[in-house]
Design a protein around this ligand. Sequence first.
Ligand SMILES: [Fe+2]
Length: 277
Amino acid sequence: MAPKRLRESQAPSRRGYDPNWKVMQKTRAHVVSFENYEETAKEITIAYRSALHRFGYVHGVGIPDGFDYPGFLAEFGAFYPGPSGNVIEDVKAEAGMDDVYYGSNRRALLPHTEGYEFTDLPPRYLALWCVTPPAGAGGETTLFDARDVVQQLPAADRQILEREVLGWVSSAGLRRKGIGQESVHPILETVHDEQLLRFSLNNIVLPAGSDRVELFLERVRQEFEAGHNAVSYERNDLLHWDNWRVLHSRTAFEDPQRHLRRIQIRHWSDGRAAAEA
Ligand SMILES: [Fe+2]
């Protein structure tokens, strides 16, 4: 089966009218300052874990040069390598790849969870930190906690999303590079009593008659559009989210110097071998 046609993304925009979004922007409770980290590491770590648990994501700011990101993130689980084969991956726009849907180019992405095409479990957490922010507009990571949408599903829809086995493929960019993967699994799964959501709008293969699934995808797309939070990076910023409940995406940008680093953190029950960063 051919992958479903790519739906062109409208770059997600900042929205000021969603009440939850307004509260979040007002309190900025998902933002945790690392200033004076040497003296207040314990308090900062508590605030960080609290934001991650409450919102599904946390944005660390004011992080000092030389901060040990892998050492800090190791508290959340073991790491495993990304598509490059490295545990700490450099996320930079690759030349000549702007014509396909691909994480390592400069175009906007669609809302998704990482690793939806993995046969194994997708990463439990994803963390990005900023080496060089982009000059000019765009290049934001956009985030939306889908936990409430999933929890409020009618029982009949939940059953469909847990039972209907769908096809999933890697992005066109990874396939072009010859490192694409394919898998089959439902959108929702429960793993050791924890809810696992896998989500893609374009790299999912829907059999005929998947109307309820299509409605769910569209509903989540709309919720993301209205309720996402767009994070602009400053140097050393750290963004960390629960990839089993939070969707992420990216706005388009121009500056080829934009440079992030990324770590994938596996779930404790993931069978893959852990790797040292
Ligand atoms: Fe991604």
